[in-house]
Ligand binder design. Structure first.
Ligand code: SF4
Ligand code: SF4
Length: 242
């Protein structure tokens, strides 16, 4: 790798390969940049904006911004951390998140980021949207109240499973998770419980119907490890408990 292919990230020199984004280079260097919709196995979505960084006077998403030689990038600043906190608070307000009753509590990246950023309250008035659940599939249950519209299930379904079942539809506050079937129900698709899409949700929206609540609260991944310590370790990458 050429010594020219380096940029500065929070004062640390990071090497990159041609074609990589700032996020990809940071991950390869073992540097955690907060994110929700990014996954190293799938195309970038650039929607959650949690990975925003400062790049020479501009605010850009690290998951879509190409790495370039001699860039000066800042991620860990009080201003950016506050902006991330507001984004996380907005996601909590947009959905209906009742963590103590959620099977994903302790394994949830949204919740873990909220802890990491010091969230103590909603900040925004809860929108209290009315969203339908979907229990039509024999093995999977969908709780749209918790969907953060990251499209990871959509990308996993299209890019890995080759099925393109899960997708997002609508605009703004009316955006929601839908399924490509005549009835619109997941049970009328060929979705499988072993599909990658069924195991990639960073929150508690796509759940198996059996085997839940077997891992006690208090022993889960983020109960003892802040998300910035474990970076991209996702549910399916650690064996997929939910
Ligand atoms: S998905 Fe995460 S943030 Fe939402 S209720 Fe469940 S644990 Fe809480
Ligand atoms: S169901 Fe989960 S993976 Fe799919 S868009 Fe919603 S939050 Fe993302």
């Amino acid at each position: 790798m050429s010594n020219d292919l380096q940029f500065s990230l929070d004062g640390v020199s990071v090497c990159f390969e041609k074609g990589e984004t700032i996020m990809q280079a940071a991950q390869r260097a073992g540097i955690y940049l907060p994110h929700l919709c990014f996954h190293p196995d799938f195309s970038a979505h650039g929607s959650c904006r949690v990975c925003i960084v400062h790049l020479q006077g501009k605010t850009v998403a690290a998951c879509t911004q190409p790495a370039e030689s001699n860039q000066v990038v800042q991620s860990n600043t009080p201003e950016l951390q506050k902006a991330r906190l507001r984004l996380i608070q907005l996601l909590f307000a947009e959905g209906n998140h009742y963590c103590p009753t959620c099977e994903t509590s302790g394994n949830c990246q949204l919740q873990a980021l909220a802890y990491d950023l010091g969230m103590t309250h909603y900040h925004y008035d809860p929108f209290m949207p009315e969203r339908q659940t979907d229990g039509s599939h024999p093995d999977l249950f969908i709780d749209r109240d918790r969907c953060i519209q990251c499209d990871l299930c959509g990308r996993a379904s299209a890019e890995y499973d080759g099925k393109a079942i899960y997708t997002l539809s609508g605009r703004g506050q009316n955006t929601q998770l839908v399924f490509r079937s005549p009835s619109g129900l997941l049970g009328d698709t060929n979705a499988g419980a072993d599909d990658r899409a069924a195991h990639i949700c960073p929150v508690g929206c796509i759940l198996p119907k059996t085997g839940n609540y077997q891992e006690p609260i208090g022993t889960r991944l983020y109960d003892h490890h802040p998300i910035h310590d474990i970076g991209n370790l996702r549910k399916e990458e650690r064996g997929g408990s939910s």
